[in-house]
Design a protein around this ligand. Structure first.
Ligand code: TYD
Length: 131
């Protein structure tokens, strides 16, 4: 599956709306880890790296930010600004998050537990390996 925006269920209710995500149904992997990124200064970026084995699903729970995906040849920018849309990122994609709005909150669901060895942090090495 390519990187793509997935629309999540949205239950509209006058008491407040609700969305949800189930493993292997709304997203194509079993969730093994959840982390979130918050209090990002406006001019900072996060996550300039690729994962050898990890798939991710990224949701802007609050505010907005851009996820820049580079497959070694082409770059695509996904603007995330709704809590009921998420971006599916397959393994072996270079990805960076930038342009965080004030008080934005990025939720990241992943298919693996944290493993430092799963990271490729050098873009040139990534381009070589993805060939
Ligand atoms: P990292 O993924 O390297 O962030 P970025 O690519 O944006 O710089 O994570 C930063 C630090 O947090 C790193 O030292 C590892 C730690 N970390 C965990 O311990 N568990 C996790 O699930 C994540 C995502 C990071």
């Amino acid at each position: 599956m390519n990187p793509q925006i997935i629309q999540l269920p949205k239950i509209l209710d006058h008491r407040g709306n609700l969305s949800f995500i189930e493993s292997n149904y709304h997203i194509p992997f079993k969730i093994e880890r959840t982390f979130w990124i918050f209090d990002v200064p406006g001019d900072e970026s996060r996550g300039g790296h690729a994962y050898k084995n990890t798939e991710e699903f990224i949701v802007a729970l609050s505010g907005s930010f851009d996820v820049v995906i580079n497959d070694g040849v082409n770059e695509t920018i996904f603007h995330m600004n709704r809590s009921y849309y998420g971006l599916y990122v397959p393994k072996m994609m270079w990805r960076e998050m930038r342009n965080f709005s004030t008080n934005s909150l990025a939720l990241v669901l992943t298919s693996t537990p944290y493993c430092a060895d799963d990271y490729i942090r050098d873009f040139n090495l990534y381009k070589q390996q993805v060939k």
